[in-house]
Design a protein around this ligand. Structure first.
Ligand code: ZN
Length: 144
């Protein structure tokens, strides 16, 4: 299996994942991400407790890439501290800016590392970054 096929398979597996597609009771932050050029409309829901991402989920619909990216992001941040979530965010946007990442940054991203393929694909970058922008909006003003 070549690399492109492997990426495609991973994207499709994450896109088909249903376990993070639900509401959360008593959520602490909700941020809608809308990408009219593709039709992606995904609302990120976060529940913070004691400086940790206790739960994270999303509602709405998007294409395979935006949905897969959202699921990868949720897998990466669930259970993490606010400080670590910010590091994950930075690693992701560094990757999208074609910056060189450290091994530690790749570890933080987990499977979301493969989303780097879209950094040089203008038609896809909005799909890939949609929910990460929502996460950034939620966390950027937060104290650690
Ligand atoms: Zn899309």
């Amino acid at each position: 299996m070549d690399l492109d096929k492997l990426y495609q398979k991973t994207i499709l597996e994450y896109a088909a994942m249903k376990e993070h597609n639900h509401e959360i009771d008593n959520s602490t932050a909700v941020e809608r991400g809308h990408n009219p050029s593709c039709g992606d409309d995904l609302t990120l829901i976060i529940k913070l407790k004691d400086d940790k991402v206790l739960d994270a989920a999303y509602i709405g619909k998007g294409c395979a890439i935006s949905t897969a990216s959202t699921n990868m992001m949720i897998e990466a941040i669930k259970g993490q501290s606010v400080a670590k979530t910010k590091l994950i965010l930075k690693a992701f946007f560094d990757m999208m800016a074609n910056k060189e990442l450290s091994d530690e940054q790749y570890d933080l991203l987990g499977d979301a590392e493969i989303l780097g393929f879209a950094a040089n694909m203008p038609a896809r970058i909005k799909c890939v970054t949609l929910s990460w922008h929502s996460l950034k909006v939620i966390f950027q003003d937060m104290k650690e």
